[in-house]
Write a protein that binds this ligand. Sequence first.
Ligand code: NAD
Ligand code: AKB
Length: 317
Amino acid sequence: MNRILVTGANGQIGSELVDVLRRRHGRDRVVGLDLAPPSSPNGQREEGPYVTGDVRNRDAIEAVIRNHEVSVVYHLASLLSASGEKKPDQTWEVNLDGLKNVLDLARRHSLRVFWPSSIAVFGPSTPREQTPQRTVFDPSTMYGVTKRSGELLCQYYHRRYDIDVRSLRYPGLISYKTPPGGGTTDYAVDMFYAAADGDPYTCFVRPDTRLPMMYMPDALQATLDLMEADAGNLTVRDSYNITAFSFSARELAASIERRMPTFSCSYDPDERQRIADDWPQSVDDSVARSDWGWSPQYDLDAMTDDMLDHLQESLEV
Ligand code: NAD
Ligand code: AKB
C-alpha cells in the first residue's frame, strides 16, 4: 500500500494536514509522526496510524517508511524562527539534518516529498515590497538560514538525483485548530485567541509591523495543489513564493474590532520585532499563479469572521 507520512504531525499545520489527507485518501493511508503522541481536545488519541520519532534519526525514519510502505512524505518537522534564535544548534539539526535524512531516504525509496520553506529566507537586503521569486537571500535568523539552505538542498536533489521534491515559502499562517509553536508571526494568531476569550491583547510587535499572511485553509489548498500539479509545469525547484494578503498589526486589530467593538490591543515589542523587521511586507507570487494556478480564497475580513466564528463556537462547547 502506498502511504503518506506527515512529519511534525502535531504542529499547527501538520495537525490539520493529516486530517485533510485522511479525508482525501483514507484514514489508514496517512501516518502521522512527531516527537510525542498527539492529543485531541477530548484527550483521546487521534484515529489513524501514528508513530513517535525524531527526524534527526535516519534509521528510525527509514524503519517507518519500510514498515508503513510510505511513498510520499510531507516533511513539516521543524523549529520556527523565535525558537530557533533560542536554540540555533538544535534548529540546524532538526531543520537541515532532518531534511537531508528525508531527501536521502527519498533517493533510496523513490519517495515524493513536500517540504515547506518560509518568508524567513529573505533578509535586510531583500526588496521588502512585492519581494520577487528570485532575489537577494540574506536571512538574519538561524531558522531563515536553514530554510534557504534547505531550499537549495531540495533543488540540488531534484537536479542531481531527479527527486520529486516540491516546496512553498509560506507566509505567516493563521488558524484556530492548533496554536502556533514559536514563530514570529504568532501574534496574529494570539490576537484572535485573546479576542475570542474577551481579553485585551498585548502585541509583541509594533502596530505598523506589516507582514505577508495567509489563512490555513488556503495554505492547505496550496500544498495539495502543488503536490498534484503536473511536474512539467513546475519551473521552480527551490521554493515557490505564495501569499494571500498583507496587514499591519494595527490593521488586524481593527479587523477584529469591526466584529468585537470592545476588543483592545496594546503594543510592547520584544526581540521578535527585529526578526519581523527583516522580513518582506508583501510577496510577488506570480510564478506560483502561472505555473500551477495558485489563487487564495480568503481576504483579511473573511478570515477574521471565520476565525472568530470558530473560536467562539469552540468556547461554547
Ligand atoms: P509547529 O511548531 O506548530 O510544528 C512543528 C512540529 O514539529 C511540532 O509538533 C514538533 O513537535 C515537531 N518536531 C520538532 N522537532 C522534531 C523532531 N526532531 N522530530 C520530529 N518532530 C519534530 O510548526 P508549523 O507551524 O506546523 O510548521 C510546519 C512547517 O511549516 C515548518 O517547516 C515551518 O517552518 C513551516 N512554516 C510554517 C509557517 C507558519 O506560519 N506556521 C510559516 C512558514 C513556514
Ligand atoms: C515564523 O514566524 O517563524 C513562521 C514563519 C513565517 O516561517 N510563522
